[in-house]
Design a protein around this ligand. Sequence first.
Ligand code: PMP
Length: 443
Amino acid sequence: SPAQMLGFDCDAPLPAAGELLQRRQRHFARPQNNYYRQPPQIERGWKEHLFDVEGRAYLDMVNNVTIVGHGHPRLSAAVGRQWSLLNTNSRFHYASVAEFSERLAELAPDGLDTVFLVNSGSEANDLAIRLAWAHSGARHILSLLEAYHGWTVASDAVSTSIADNPQALTTRPDWVHPVVSPNTYRGPFRGEGSTVDYVRAVTEKLEELDENRVGLAGFICEAVYGNAGGIPLPPGYLQAVYAMVRKRGGVCIADEVQVGYGRLGHYFWGFEEQGVVPDIITVAKGMGNGHPLGAVITRREIAEALEKEGYFFSSSGGSPVSSVVGLTVLDILHDEALQENARTVGDHLKARLQALGERFPLVGAVHGMGLYLGVEFVRDRETLEPATQETAAICNRLLELGVIMQPTGDHLNVLKIKPPLCLSRESADFFAEMLGRVLEEGW
Ligand code: PMP
């Protein structure tokens, strides 16, 4: 088996599931998930498949950090080699780190040629906010309601998703100004023609800041709304908002942590969908295939502003091992044409899910593109009443049928679909069939 090829002892006895769960509950500080009645105890993975401690197989439809798939032998070999040569950062080791930074600068639009390497998406967004502060000399940041940007202090401050952080709106510091979420499906203005209304909401917020003589440092958003289930922003929205932010001296930050790196299939970066070029790009998740790795890519003059007034040093950010992981992920993405796979398999899957929408009124909409999809469940297609309990029940039934899922959105009524980009057409079909079966037979 592939695992044996990698030197795992597949026959070694594994601890019993109950015992593992007990240990985890006693010592593991991560909150328990609240939608699975009986969470699986996952032990190992291969491509888009996961296996629990009893050897049961699951299709991993939501592990959005794993883009080249689980257990990739090229990654294991590259990590092993670099680990034995040099695993930690040394101020005098440049090769892998410089090569990875160069590759990222090549992938970014012209002019964004300076790269900071960190360990996660939250760190990348915190650093992006510090860069915006340093470059603009101002402090106030505009963000979108319903967004998630991370858990560290600054990235959490600009995250206003009530599903992720119920206190988000009450604990928000005064330098954060959320604007109405341009959610074209369930926001206050509906449909594609709503761009003007959503842009007006931003204009009004900016005029309010101008009147109070509040200096704008920047604007942060995802170009396709991940937390709401992969809803593209209204056409032209970012062009208009970026222009207004820049006119006031602010910088535009594109959070590409989830949406970037080929997941959209049709685009490598999410902001391409809106036809804009940001001043700062933040990346993480897929770039390390789950290994702690993040980056901020920006223009030299923005990076230099931070150097003048502060410092940046991350002990383990972009270590030689992380950089080799990053380089190998990019090689695999290219050699296995995974962005292309995300496009073709994603389009096929979306069509199959839309066909389910024609049969089952519970499916209010299928959002997204490539392998960045969301199925939004509603009790009523007119009022859009969210089918929150039904979504959790469907997730539980799908788990019994061998599919791992997660609800998302402020109402937890969207099935988040973000599998590894190597998802095969057969696996996509299996998922569509299982979802169809659950909708047909009940949950
Ligand atoms: N931004 C977005 C859009 C994300 O989805 C996430 C993670 N869910 C983050 C930032 C934070 O990344 P991390 O968990 O690596 O800190």
